[in-house]
Design a protein around this ligand. Structure first.
Ligand SMILES: Cc1cc2nc3c(=O)[nH]c(=O)nc-3n(C[C@H](O)[C@H](O)[C@H](O)COP(=O)(O)OP(=O)(O)OC[C@H]3O[C@@H](n4cnc5c(N)ncnc54)[C@H](O)[C@@H]3O)c2cc1C
Length: 371
């Protein structure tokens, strides 16, 4: 339904701004905040189609992570050793940036560490991972105080071959982080409206006119921070990848508090106090999960449940509390994307499964490209 605007509403949310940011996830809020801070006299307007956000930022697992050894090895094959190391470095810097911006306690930041698990059928992967440990720890010896990765011999899961602990990894509450970013943006002067979905755009007399479900909005500069949902009418190097998640009721899981990664990062789980959150398994149906539609599917949820019951050995001790999905954006490269599409029109995003670490710092760097 089209809203009928009062004088006061129009006064505060005029149809013309200096910059419009589309998308109210971590990336859009950070872009709007940083641009407004640097340009206090400009009018910055952010629109988000959902009541909160409807992509990844409020749906994610809350891992403040920088990659595992297994992931590093797979990235070496993809992009070479130097670029793979740089990716880890960038994520560590990004996490420090997020902590400084939001504050640890405001987003329930807990540095509980992360552990990558290797099972009995992964002998080669395990050997390759431990062969890399010394090299990786040396590479980061100057920038971090503790060794980045350590063999963990304390875990005793059935079928476990070995485990590598990452002491710097942390966990957080993503909705609290999102709301803090929103607070920062509002305090800086950004005007934010939810429930506005941009359907199309055209260039007119030096400005971009955005048509939405609530009328039109215009600005000489527009940036879409819309994750895999892209920019209407433009083809970008983006693919949606759905991720399904499950959270249990509290039970005596006995796991050391923290984050866990398995099967080359395709399975991830973490403690939330006495609960467990488990997600991923996208590799079981890569084609089916290449979608921007939210939804749960039986094979993936069944696999996550089987992983809890059989691989982790919790049998029928646990019950489902909630299940949901979210969408990440991937592309031909693992690098985030800031792309000028036309004069005054940009896309910013594509953080894969690492947006917690990458999005706020990348957004801060990307606003420098705007006028
Ligand atoms: C299940 C799941 C688990 C994850 N776990 C982790 C993790 O543990 N650690 C980690 O680092 N990363 C994780 N990620 C990835 C991380 O959440 C994302 O990389 C990050 O949130 C992306 O932020 P964003 O702002 O780019 O996108 P989003 O949060 O998706 O924001 C984009 C926003 O744009 C809005 N939008 C889209 N189109 C329009 C339009 N036309 N008009 C108006 N608004 C529009 C959407 O509603 C959405 O709110 C996970 C992702 C998922 C889905």
């Amino acid at each position: 339904m089209q809203k009928s605007w009062s004088f006061w509403e129009r006064l505060y949310y005029p149809q013309q701004s200096d910059l419009i940011v589309v998308g109210g996830g971590f990336c859009g809020l950070s872009l709007a905040y940083h641009y407004q801070k640097q340009n206090p006299t400009k009018r910055v307007f952010l629109v988000e189609r959902d009541v909160l956000a409807e992509g990844a930022s409020s749906k994610n697992a809350g891992f403040a992570c920088y990659g595992t050894v297994g992931e590093y090895l797979s990235d070496v094959n993809l992009m070479g050793a130097e670029a793979a190391l740089q990716l880890i470095e960038r994520r560590i810097q990004g996490l420090n940036f997020l902590k400084a911006l939001v504050g640890e306690s405001q987003m329930d930041w807990q540095q509980l560490g992360g552990t990558e698990l290797f099972f009995q059928d992964q002998k080669e992967d395990w050997q390759a991972a431990i062969d890399q440990l010394e090299y990786l720890n040396k590479a980061f010896a100057d920038s971090v105080q503790k060794p980045l990765f350590q063999v963990d011999t304390r875990l005793t899961l059935r079928g476990l071959l070995g485990a590598i602990h990452s002491p710097l990894e942390a966990q957080l509450n993503p909705v609290k982080a999102l709301l803090q970013l929103r607070k920062r943006a509002l305090e800086a002067g950004v005007r934010i409206l939810n429930g506005i979905e941009i359907k199309s755009l055209i260039a007119k007399s030096g400005a971009w006119v955005l048509e939405s479900n609530q009328g039109s909005w215009q600005a000489p500069q527009v940036i879409f921070a819309t994750n895999a949902f892209g920019v209407p009418g433009y083809k970008l190097d983006l693919k949606p990848a759905r991720n399904q998640v499950l959270v249990t009721q509290p039970f005596a899981h006995g796991l050391k508090p923290g984050n866990y990664h398995a099967r080359e990062g395709y399975i991830y789980f973490r403690t939330i106090g006495e609960r467990l959150l488990i997600g991923g398994a996208r590799h079981l149906d890569l084609e089916g999960e290449t979608t921007s539609q939210m939804g749960l599917t039986r094979p993936i949820q069944a696999y996550l449940q089987q992983f809890l019951s059989e691989d982790l050995g919790f049998a029928d001790q646990w019950k489902v509390n909630s299940q949901w999905s979210g969408i990440i954006a991937i592309g031909s490269s693992k690098e985030p994307l800031m792309q000028a599409l036309e004069p005054g029109l940009w896309y910013c995003g594509r953080f894969g499964g690492m947006g917690v670490a990458l999005s706020t710092q990348f957004a801060a760097e990307s606003v420098k490209d705007l006028e």
